[in-house]
Design a binder for this molecule. Sequence first.
Ligand code: 13P
Length: 249
Amino acid sequence: MRRALVAGNWKMNGSRAMAHDLTAAIVAARPDKADVLLCPPTPYLGTVAAGLAGSAVMLGAQDCSEHASGAYTGEVAASMLVDSGCSHVILGHSERRQLFGDDDTRVAAKVARAHGCGLKPVLCVGETLDERRADATEAAVARQLDAVLGLDGIAAILADLVIAYEPVWAIGTGETATPAQAQAVHAFIRERVARVDAARAADMRLLYGGSVKPANAAELFAMPDIDGGLIGGASLEAEPFLAICNAAP
Ligand code: 13P
């Protein structure tokens, strides 16, 4: 069985004090039903890394540049994230895609760069409400996936890749995909990856994200192709986040 992974995406929230205290509370609870990953805002990576020292909880970033280094004011290089203690980086989050111009090509370039620097990419895919209404969910997800699955060196990247299905209409809206809706897209994603590498597709972790709460986590995580979650709002406080971690089967 695939061991669950529960990742907290704090987005642009909190303060240094909050980052410190939340990390301390999560580490003290020693969640052990799932692997746990915290993705704080970039300025707090050091604070969270210090709090995670000696713990099994992992550190991730929320984005990185597709460029290696140089004159890219405001950007953060993947190598710097490694230097800061990150093992993972979220890439292609729908907020990056919608608000900051991260198109499929750039997301794929970021995945390649991050992996080349030793990070495990958490690739986000998901359809908008319009796409779902137009019955274009699979087409949208396939387009986002195929940009990455077509990369040179995809075999090596797949070994470290995590994919998160986050329907845009379910993010921060309180509206969750039903377990059956999420499962259907997860199965589609796994089948798409299997076209490239069937063995890897079978053991790759596919996370669901979009209004996961303690009340709905267990039924989502019980689905055969849902291997954990990417948690936004409910990751900003220890109690609900830990409850979600403990909802892993
Ligand atoms: P919410 O859990 O707040 O809906 O956010 C989901 C998300 O975007 C995680 O990356």
